[in-house]
Design a protein around this ligand. Structure first.
Ligand SMILES: *Cc1c(COP(=O)(O)O)cnc(C)c1O
Ligand SMILES: [Zn+2]
Length: 469
């Protein structure tokens, strides 16, 4: 191996390496996940992170404008001439009003990393910019994914905007399961012209099928098992650091679905630390929905750990078999994290180890209430994103996160992704969601009020409501 960027098995005991362009997503020797790895000594890495801020001055250059590629020296797997960008990553670190959130945390200590500002409305664009770059280098025309929604929306957008080097348009193919898909997301896949297949099966089944189809049809898989996706998603952390003047917060709180973000964030900090670009690594909290809480169950109840890369596959297989026997499927209103068998599990264990992390889970009722609270701060997000705030509240209340900690919650997707969930919450004001009969009523429901077409009646209602607030 003499290239400075290559694929490498994540198991330290194996660490088999493969050419960067090898058409594989699993180690050819032991079957584990692969990392994009670098021989940093042979690459020129800036001496300080502040180097990247200077790119704001040359933002008329697309790869300096991109919130992914302006960090290209620390995800250096492709030459600048090959980078795919649609202007992703123009996100902001927002400082919400803690009093509005009624959160036991010091004012000024909470930030929201608002990834809903990406072109397709979710953080997935960070990863797609990187994975499409690789697809183009490999000359792969067919690109595909299984999706709970946002991956397909992002893939469909990039597929429509990207051509191979010989000018051939790319073909986006998405597998949608029979589980929930939010209409905002489905509408994007359809509108951007992706070939959309509805499969009779849940997300986990779709992912299995598209991996099989990928082998047969020379289709390039764009799910987060593709390690190039995670290279792009590292930049979410770079932007968080940049907005905090390169000083790491105490905690990063992120919803956990397929665990791509959890994996990418850990890799970002492991690398920055090894390169001497940061001194302290923040802690990581991964938040599952209680109806899709495999990571929580494995880590907190069954003691699964990274164990220096010798994690216990038997614990994972045992839980998978129990679920299958009991016919259990992932089930949550937060459709983007409705995943029972997270493909990046071992990488997420590595992140938890490197970031001294922890895992918890939150109910659908809590997720929807926190989503409404976030909406009232003027930001807005989809249900899965609000799991981060629901998890933070739980961890503050039970003392696992201190009240004076500096915390960044990742808001993964835009509010308009799932308007049905929002409208259902505000207009029905019944237990949220209905199937969770023990759940409290929607605490922050904002029902429209029916009023006769009569000026007196209208004014009366407005005045009454002012008093009620
Ligand atoms: C994909 C997605 C998630 C889950 O992220 P993972 O990296 O798969 O854990 C969470 N929220 C939103 C909005 C998503 O689109
Ligand atoms: Zn291996």
């Amino acid at each position: 191996m003499n290239a400075a960027a290559f694929l490498r098995c994540i198991r330290p005991a194996c660490h088999a390496t493969f050419d960067l362009t090898a058409p594989i997503f699993a180690c050819g020797r032991c079957g584990s996940l692969l990392d994009v790895a670098y021989d940093w000594d042979r690459l020129s890495v800036p001496a300080s992170l502040s180097f990247f801020q200077e790119r704001h001055a040359t933002r008329n250059e697309p790869i300096d404008f991109s919130g992914v590629w302006r960090f290209r020296e620390i995800l250096p797997f492709a030459p600048p001439s090959d980078l795919v960008t649609v202007g992703e990553g123009q996100t902001l670190l927002q400082a919400p009003d803690i009093r509005r959130l009624d959160l036991p945390l010091k004012p000024g200590h909470l930030h929201f990393q608002y990834e809903g500002l990406n072109p397709s409305g979710s953080f997935k664009d960070n990863g797609m910019a990187a994975a499409f770059t690789m697809a183009r280098i490999l000359g792969r025309r067919r690109v595909g994914c299984a999706s709970t929604g946002n991956t397909s929306a992002s893939l469909a957008m990039y597929a429509s905007l990207t051509q191979l080097n010989d000018g051939t348009p790319m073909r986006g193919i998405v597998f949608i399961g029979s589980g929930k898909i939010a209409h905002g997301k489905l509408s994007q896949a359809l509108d951007f012209g992706a070939l959309t297949l509805q499969i009779d099966g849940d997300f986990d089944a779709c992912l299995k099928r598209i991996r099989e189809a990928a082998d047969r049809l020379n289709l390039y898989l764009m799910n987060s098992v593709n390690p190039f996706r995670l290279e792009g998603q590292k930049t979410i952390m770079y932007r968080v650091l940049e907005n905090l003047d390169w000083g790491p917060p105490d905690w990063i709180v992120v919803p956990g679905g397929n665990l791509g973000n959890a994996s990418a964030f850990g890799k970002a900090f492991i690398e920055l630390h090894a390169l001497g670009l940061i001194r302290r690594i923040p802690r990581l909290a991964v938040i599952n929905a209680s109806g899709a809480n495999t990571l929580h169950e494995l880590v907190n109840n069954r003691g699964l750990r990274w164990s220096n890369g010798a994690w216990d596959d038997a614990i994972i297989a045992g839980h998978r078999n129990e679920r299958a026997t009991a016919g259990l499927r992932a089930q949550t209103v937060a459709s983007a994290i409705e995943i029972a068998d997270p493909v990046n599990l071992p990488k997420a264990l590595r992140s938890l180890d490197a970031m001294n992390g922890l895992v918890t889970d939150v109910t659908d009722g809590a997720i929807l209430d926190e989503k409404a609270r976030i909406g009232r701060t003027g930001l807005g997000c989809e249900p899965a994103s609000a799991a981060s705030l629901a998890g933070l509240r739980k961890l503050l209340v039970n003392g696992q996160i201190a009240n004076d900690a500096r915390v960044v919650c990742i808001l993964t997707g835009h509010a308009l992704k799932d308007p049905d969930a929002t409208v259902r919450y505000h207009m029905n004001a019944e237990p949220s969601p209905p199937r969770e009969s023990s759940a409290p009523r929607a605490q922050f429901a904002n029902n429209p009020i029916r009023v006769a077409d009569d000026l007196d009646a209208i004014c009366r209602v407005i005045e009454q409501q002012d008093i009620a607030r």
